[in-house]
Design a protein around this ligand. Sequence first.
Ligand code: NAD
Length: 498
Amino acid sequence: MQIIENAVAGKRYVSSSTRRVPVFNPATGEQSAELPLSTLDELNAAVENAKKAQIAWGNTTPMKRARVMFKFKALLDQYADDLAREISKEHGKVHDDALGEVARGIDCVDFACGIPHLLKGEFSRNVGPSIDSYSDRQPLGVVAGITPFNFPAMVPMWMYPAAIACGNAFILKPSERDPSAPMLAWNLFMEAGLPEGILNVVHGDKEMVDGILDHPDIKAVSFVGSTPIAEYVYQRGTKAGKRVQALGGAKNHMIIMPDADLDQAADALMGAGYGSAGERCMAISVAVPVGKDTADALVAKLKPRVESLKIGPATDKDAEMGPVVTKMHRDKIVGYIDSGVEQGAKLVVDGRGFKLQGYENGYYVGGTLFDNVEPEMKIYKEEIFGPVLSVVRRDSFQDAVDLIHGHEYANGTAIFTRDGDAAREFADKIEVGMVGINVPIPVPVAYHSFGGWKRSLFGDHSIYGPEGIHFYTRLKTVTTRWPAGIKGGAEFSFPSVK
Ligand code: NAD
């Protein structure tokens, strides 16, 4: 049985921990590896080493750091297919989807290649007599990232390329469910010439997360995962004096206006609702058609599409959607579908009984569609994170907007319409962090930043892009007087421009 290793100080090793958890292949239900849950001593050793390594790395010129990034990017391009296979093996998503994930991760490395420009400060000459002032963004030291299962390669790359390009050392704690993809990426980064100790991977569970949050030498923590854990991480991390950005869960709504092209909207809902088996924080899980006719027509278009979804393992080139990540998660999703039925939603397509021949032990759930879902139902209130789309009917644009505003999550949202007035008002007024106009999954590109509002993000910084650079650096402003010999006598009043 393969044992998943840690990677610290440039070397891979097997943790001495006696606490171990299995890693499964969701397509078959077979165990593929064993993951030791590392000890706090191992974390401490990693941080100690990273702290030393960071001093030289933080003083390396940004151009040299960028060169390592360029090589890393070239290797990621070269090994994208292998990385995608590692993702699929433990996550279950289909190969093309995994390749898409890798591509979006590479975009973040691409962005980090521009670090010399991104770190440029500002300069003002003559802010006082012979006095100049400049600002500079400096690395924090050792920083950490704690990541979820659903994007095992991309979400870590939302974090460490920017952090490392800024001159920090990084401790990554990946999800226990699919730890292999981040290990392959680590190999490639080392091959690209990253100095030892700058990227470290330490596997673990809550005990490791708490160790990271409490460690006095870890200066900032990026977290992506579910909302209860995000809130916990934010509170514990900030209490320990750290800078924390903690991205949480979602319930993303898509409004379909009566003037929308309904075939286009239905296709968009299929990709956004069922792609990656709905295990995306930007998945659309609620469709909000405006008006009875729109709703009836939309449901009629969705039903055959959901019924004919091609479900299979990642190795099946025709599959549009794979299994969900674990047996426990599959059972939880089935429990949500049960509750929707019990609470009176209309089950249009039922994915509960889905079985795939030859893969009877895999964690599959068929595409599921509910109509007439109401806001007080559990399937509306909670994030299901599975291939389950709920249709909530509303009578007007304003009712649809009010519905969205009533939800605790505010990660992403979309509107499908040909009415420019409605589109502009939606973009302008909706209280959600990422908005799509005729775009169902509006994930910002790598040179913008990603982040929800309300209980989808705890902290002041969105992730990656310009906000990522700000998160992983701190501002210093230097005021200088030259020639040094200028004498004006003691000045007791507060310095001001005269
Ligand atoms: P999760 O919250 O269970 O786990 C995330 C990380 O937290 C993992 O590394 C895990 O080891 C750790 N963790 C789990 N339980 C913990 C505990 N009790 N104390 C401390 N740490 C703990 O999330 P998941 O199931 O891996 O991922 C799915 C969730 O992530 C969904 O809610 C999804 O919406 C969210 N997500 C959000 C975004 C975003 O950008 N907002 C992106 C991807 C995923």
